[in-house]
Design a protein around this ligand. Structure first.
Ligand code: ATP
Ligand code: MG
Length: 444
């Protein structure tokens, strides 16, 4: 395939129906406009050279189309989206809220045409190579672990090699992959993300590599796959450990030869794509069990980026909690503007198994439900620090008593032997017995 550079066009994909005046305004300002129904958005195609902005027109979406619009926001996650809101909006609708949260800007009724152009220009600025102030701005955190992670990202970005991103769930693997793309010379070209575990294995091959018309039952038209449409950009393969064997072989070909084959056609097509992959399963183990090709593993694991768990990012939890709250405040009318000291302590004490995503969800829930200016522990559904400390203290006492009883039994209730076993003095053993109300006489 030719890699001849084509000039960039500024395009708006309008999910819904633009008014004729809006069409005219955009055309006169140099925007190509393409209107699609949200329910038929699956067929949206774009040239990799184009600068593309999505407009979700909630004014003209109704009923089932709202759910389809929410789908658009999920499918085109990295398409900068602008929402146009109708005069009355039912924000209790979950798909709608989800779709809105994916939109970078919103414009309310009545639509100000100058503001529409201004917002499109600002989204264009953010999507153009070098146009972003800081691609890393979406990765909040000043802890040592985050500073090191950002330094690694900067080193990896210009090197056109695959990167394997690892880390616990919700640590920001996809956010980091996107930042890596934006820092790289491929910024301005597509960034396509796909969750390999979320697509049926029978469909995945076609999703990634495309198919010819008639290649299988239901293939009524030729379709370019994700790799082809990401030409000159980046493909992010999330949950790479779930990639079926057939797709692993095809991916190896992309990495080794830079070519793909559509299903139903054995002609090689050249694709220029950087592959980023993420996993939270142990690929080494999958390889040993024969579920993951070792040649593919070694190709993917050239550069490795490890996302630190939130509990290891000292100071970042409060920073992120404030950031998420301020972001939410900027878009919604809410009372909450900060946290009580107890809530701040509870945030710092919590273990965060779901990492940043869990923090984000707790903050948003609290911001919506609280009637106060300061969010408290109960709003965050976290135990108050005193309760946490009491529970830790109780657990410590229980452990201490169990250890003492076990050592006494092992040393046949001989205090000197027990003291040696516990590596403490005899006096301490007596003191612990008194503390835990153990009657040596009756135990012997
Ligand atoms: N450092 C950060 N600063 C701000 N937001 C962040 C940060 N890290 C993650 N997020 C946000 O947290 C959420 C989860 O991040 P992301 O989807 O990248 O995690 P993940 O590691 O890919 O999760 P999973 O393993 O479940 O796929 C997203 O909304 C993301 O924008
Ligand atoms: Mg992810």
């Amino acid at each position: 395939m030719s890699a001849t550079p084509a000039p960039s066009r500024r395009c708006v994909i309008w999910f819904g129906t633009p008014h004729s005046t809006e069409r005219a305004l955009l055309a006169s300002s140099g925007w190509h406009i393409r209107a699609v129904s949200p329910s038929q958005a699956g067929g949206v195609g774009m040239r990799s050279e184009d600068i593309v902005i999505g407009v979700l027109d909630f004014r003209t979406c109704s009923g089932s189309e709202l759910a389809a619009a929410a789908e658009v926001a999920t499918t085109y996650r990295h398409l900068p989206l602008l929402a146009l809101l109708p005069p009355a909006l039912d924000e209790s609708d979950i798909p709608l809220r989800h779709a809105l949260s994916s939109c970078r800007h919103r414009l309310s009724h009545p639509l100000d045409p100058a503001e529409l152009l201004r917002q499109l220009a600002s989204l264009q600025q953010a999507s153009t190579p070098g146009g972003s102030d800081d691609a890393l701005a979406c990765l909040i955190g000043e802890s040592g672990a985050m500073l090191a992670m950002r330094a690694t990202l900067r080193k990896f970005a210009p090197v056109d090699l695959p990167v394997l991103v690892t880390g616990e769930t919700g640590t920001g693997k996809e956010a980091a992959a996107h930042a890596l793309h934006r820092l790289s010379p491929r910024n301005g070209h597509p960034f396509h993300a796909v969750n390999c575990g979320a697509i049926a294995p029978t469909l995945l091959q076609s999703e990634l590599f495309g198919h010819e018309r008639g290649a299988f039952t239901g293939a009524t038209a030729r379709r370019a796959g994700l790799f082809e449409s990401a030409h000159r950009g980046t493909v992010f393969l999330d949950e790479i450990g779930d990639l079926p064997m057939e797709a692993q072989t095809s991916l190896l070909r992309v990495l080794q030869e830079g070519t793909i084959e559509r299903i139903g056609n054995n002609q090689s097509i050249h694709v220029d794509v950087r592959v980023l992959a993420a996993t939270h399963v142990d690929l080494e183990q999958a390889m040993e069990q024969g579920r993951f090709r070792s040649d593919l593993y070694y190709r993917l694991n050239v550069l490795r980026l490890t996302m630190p768990a939130l509990r290891r990012r000292e100071g970042d939890i409060e920073l992120l909690a404030m950031h998420f709250l301020h972001e939410f405040r900027a878009r919604h009318l809410i009372r909450a503007r900060g946290y009580t000291p107890a809530a701040r302590q509870a945030l710092a004490d919590f273990h965060w198994p779901g990492n940043v995503r869990e923090l984000l969800n707790r903050v948003l829930r609290a911001a919506i439900t609280t009637d106060n200016e300061l969010i408290d522990c109960a709003d965050l559904e976290l135990s108050a620090p005193a309760e946490t400390r009491t529970r830790l203290h109780d657990a410590h006492l229980r452990d201490e008593r169990e250890t003492l009883v076990a050592c006494l039994a092992r040393s046949h209730y001989n205090i000197s032997a027990c003291a040696r076993l516990m590596k403490v003095s005899r006096v301490t053993v007596y003191r612990l017995c008194r503390k835990h109300r153990l009657q040596l006489q009756s135990l012997r």
